[in-house]
Design a protein. Structure first.
Ligand code: PLP
Length: 446
């Protein structure tokens, strides 16, 4: 760990803390996305603090932060309204009661008002839980077992869906009929029999699978915008085709809006793209940085939760911290003009980065929607996971990331992650980012 993370950046304290942490914490970190093998090699930055659009590491380096906690810090770090609401709640009322509070219904009302497809909603703590509940509910509602999910996506780490996230193509079967590849050992045998893995953005593959096995398929589970293999937009008509095909066969369409929800607008990706799922999952967008998630949708499906047929439990579900944070965050997000401004700043970044990279003559382009984007270093377009594996140059991405970090711009070192923009980011932040990008692009083009 004496090797610097990035040449030209003093991160000695991070190196030392990582070495010490590794003795006590396996891999030195508490999530795979922070591990050396996820790109934070030879060690991750250790954080001192965040404020607004900025993050400061333990060596005193300050960065413009597009990592944003991998999404939740939509209002920037330490958003005053959210922080205050949480502090007030825990000081004056408490945290966990195992009884409801009036605040939960107020939060549910805001979510239902924001997202037209959500008639009723249950709260929980993480995206993983919310997806687990949504798939269980879909199985109970349809009395069928199989779930269709797509290569390259991530829906949390529960056994039932932690498959075919980023499989080696060699092990993943033919392009049009992928086999389910577990994230690793430890997954119970047999789970994969209830999973059907498909390439994304391919309406024919979906139509064929549903024609073949429609009567045993409970749900199609998808991110409406693929955010876990970089950023990949749905091809025009794809989500609409998905909606049609599932409706015809009584298959529950689940949108995993853990990343896109409340980030691409109050009504999420579904509002922005105009396609209505049966069930939706929200998490990162709703808590202003605190752990809170939600699963909701059609009242006739949610009725199985209402009547106790399907259990959704959780000691910490709708705890005081989560609810006060989310209530404050959603109030803040309802500020008139907030998303327009967020989009304007984000567009400036996305278009600006695209221009800088193309002017440098690099085979690269930027894909995104509003405050969510990723740079692809590729000569051809990328529409699904295998395109990314075959076409994206991960080595250039790594050098791009290093150059940007050296110049004070932080995002995840993995090409399959995203750049996130918050409401705290300013046009000045974007200008500084583009100035750095210009230098890095010139170096890469050499
Ligand atoms: N679904 C998607 C699309 C995600 O990106 C993630 C996390 O990155 C999850 C689910 C899991 O959410 P959590 O980390 O809150 O369990």
């Amino acid at each position: 760990s004496k090797t610097p993370l990035v040449a030209g950046l003093d991160t000695a304290r991070s190196a030392g803390l990582f070495e010490a942490a590794c003795k006590l914490i396996p891999g030195g970190v508490n999530s795979t996305a922070r591990a050396t093998w996820s790109g934070w090699s030879p060690y991750p930055l250790f954080v001192e603090s965040g404020q607004g659009s900025r993050l400061t590491d333990v060596d005193g380096n300050e960065y413009i932060d597009y990592l944003l906690g991998l999404g939740p810090m939509l209002l920037g770090h330490r958003p005053p309204r959210v922080t205050q609401a949480v502090v007030d709640f825990i000081q004056s009322r408490g945290t966990v009661f195992a009884l409801p509070t009036a605040d939960e219904a107020r939060l549910a009302e805001k979510i239902v008002a924001a997202v037209p497809s959500v008639e009723q909603v249950r709260l929980c703590n993480t995206g993983t839980e919310a997806v687990l509940y949504a798939t269980r509910l879909a199985r109970a509602f349809t009395k069928r077992n199989k779930i269709i999910r797509f290569e390259g996506m991530y829906h949390g780490f529960s056994d039932g869906v932690y498959w075919s996230k980023h499989p080696s193509i060699a092990k993943a079967g033919p392009d049009d009929r992928p086999v389910a590849v577990p994230q690793g050992p430890g997954m119970p045998k047999g789970v994969e029999e209830n999973l059907l893995i498909l390439p994304w953005n391919d309406p024919q593959a979906l139509a064929d699978a549903i024609a073949r096995e429609g009567d045993s398929i409970a749900a199609v589970l998808t991110e409406p915008v693929m955010c876990n293999t970089g950023c990949i937009l749905p091809r025009p008509g794809y989500l609409e085709a998905m909606r049609e095909l599932t409706r015809e066969r009584g298959i529950v369409l689940i949108f995993d809006e853990v990343i896109t929800g409340f980030r691409l607008g109050l009504a999420g990706a579904q509002g922005r793209l105009g396609v209505t799922p049966d069930l939706s999952v929200f998490a990162k967008g709703i808590g202003g940085g605190f752990p809170v998630a939600a699963m909701g949708g059609r009242a006739d499906i949610m009725a199985l939760v209402a009547n106790g047929t399907v259990s959704m439990a959780g000691t910490y579900s709708a705890n005081g911290i989560a609810i006060s944070a989310a209530n404050a965050a959603l109030d803040e997000l309802a500020t008139p003009g907030l998303y327009e401004k967020l989009d304007a700043v984000s567009d400036e970044l996305r278009l600006g980065l695209g221009k800088v990279l193309s002017e440098a003559g690099l085979p690269a382009y930027v894909v995104g929607l509003g405050p969510l984007m990723q740079v692809w270093f590729a000569k051809e377009e990328i529409h699904n996971y295998r395109d990314a594996e075959r076409r994206a140059d991960q080595d250039i991405f790594r050098r791009w990331w290093q150059g940007m970090l050296e110049r004070g711009v932080l995002f995840h070192p993995g090409a399959y992650e995203n750049l996130f923009v918050s409401t705290a980011h300013t046009r000045e932040d974007v200008a500084a980012t583009l100035a750095a990008a210009k230098q890095v692009a010139a170096d890469l083009a050499r």
